[in-house]
Write a protein that binds this ligand. Structure first.
Ligand SMILES: [Zn+2]
Length: 371
């Protein structure tokens, strides 16, 4: 889903070559669940147990919930691998688990199967724990199993709510995709509905809080999280749609203004930055492309030194990672810019720079072309 989850998370185990990571927010949930099971649920369900046993069962319950969420994500991953989609990692965080896939499902059928595998695995686990509950003798074990049966049932059902990017939303997308043969349209429809579902959670959560139900706060958080995820899926789909098949050469600026490496920062500011209003310029030396200078590098030089310092001394040297070819896909160029946090990339042909592709330029192209 997003790289932000990778920060603040660490790997605890590897299954089928898939690193299972835990985000720090999960630890809060883990603590809360252990605490509420040990001090509220078990004392009520099995009052005769000693406190130590209630804490032990509470901890086991939380750990098995953790394993259940992992099992759900592994089920998605298991089916994904059948379609040769690489699973980069599984991260458990405050709202559950996320399997990070490299690439999208190739067909609606693949998507349907990958999506449905999660809830089905949760229902399966729910059945297993329910069976254990019926054969268990001690009230403590019965309470533990019935809790896990319930929580897995909730997990499976909740995920089937038809709002993208939840599993149910993916099922919905696969159906619309199959019907219309239009992947982007299906994604926009499913994530549009996802936003509505999320808003419903937020308002329902708010209503619950106002009527005195503390769990409403949780619903609001989940709603807010889902809303953001659905919104970014929607934006990404419409972006991909607009930019599909668009090459760098279609969007790049061809008549670029370039600076000679020997000029001073003062000359660059007055003669170029202020005159043209661009955020950055390529630097040349004897026709060879050396690098790029942006407003950031200029700002790092104290004002009184502007007349002394040459642009050659402060430019960002060219780096193949920040360069694209005119035949590359614009979408890929945009991904590089986002990943490397760059506002512009040089379009090069060996030693020569033949254009610039900028975020602003892509944004302008989208504004003109988007339906
Ligand atoms: Zn799922």
């Amino acid at each position: 889903m997003n790289g932000a989850l990778l920060h603040g998370s660490w790997k605890i185990i590897t299954i089928w070559g898939i690193p299972i990571r835990v985000h720090f927010s999960w630890l809060i949930v883990f603590g809360l669940i252990t605490w509420s099971l040990s001090t509220y649920y078990f004392p009520k369900a099995a009052p005769d147990l000693p406190a130590a046993s209630q804490w032990l069962k509470g901890t086991i319950g939380a750990l098995l919930l953790f394993a259940s969420v992992t099992f759900h994500e592994l089920a998605h991953s298991f089916v994904s691998r059948k379609y040769r989609i690489t699973i980069l990692s599984i991260t458990l965080f405050i709202f559950g688990g996320v399997a990070q896939m490299k690439g999208e499902p190739p067909t609606p059928k693949a998507e349907l199967r990958i999506a449905i595998a999660g809830p089905l695995s949760s229902f399966f686990l729910s059945g297993v724990f329910f069976t254990l509950y019926t054969v268990a003798r001690s009230p403590g074990m019965k309470a533990l199993y019935v809790y896990l049966a319930q929580i897995n049932l909730i997990l499976g059902t909740f995920n089937l709510i038809p709002g993208f990017p939840m599993d149910g939303g993916r099922v919905l997308r696969s159906i619309i995709w199959e019907k219309t043969k239009d992947y982007f349209y299906a994604t926009k429809k499913a994530s549009g509905l996802g936003q509505k579902v999320a808003l419903f959670f937020i308002f329902f959560g708010l209503f619950s809080i106002l009527t005195g139900f503390a769990g409403g706060f949780w619903l609001m958080l989940v709603g807010w999280f889902l809303y953001t995820a659905a919104q970014s899926s929607y934006q990404q789909a419409s972006l991909q749609e607009t930019l599909s098949g668009v090459k760098v050469k279609d969007v790049m600026t061809k008549n670029i203004v370039m600076l000679n490496s020997s000029i001073t920062v003062d000359e660059a500011v007055n003669g170029y930055f202020l005159k043209y209003g661009y955020g950055g310029f390529p630097i040349l030396e004897d026709g060879r492309f050396l690098g790029i200078i942006t407003l950031k590098e200029v700002r790092d030089v104290p004002r009184e030194d502007w007349v002394k310092v040459k642009v050659l001394n402060i430019l960002i040297p060219r780096n193949r990672e920040w360069e694209v070819s005119s035949e590359d896909d614009t979408l890929e160029a945009l991904e590089v810019m986002i990943m490397k946090d760059k506002g512009r990339l040089a379009v090069t042909d060996n030693d020569k720079i033949i254009g610039l592709i900028t975020r602003n330029g892509i944004a302008r192209y989208i504004q003109i072309m988007e339906k």
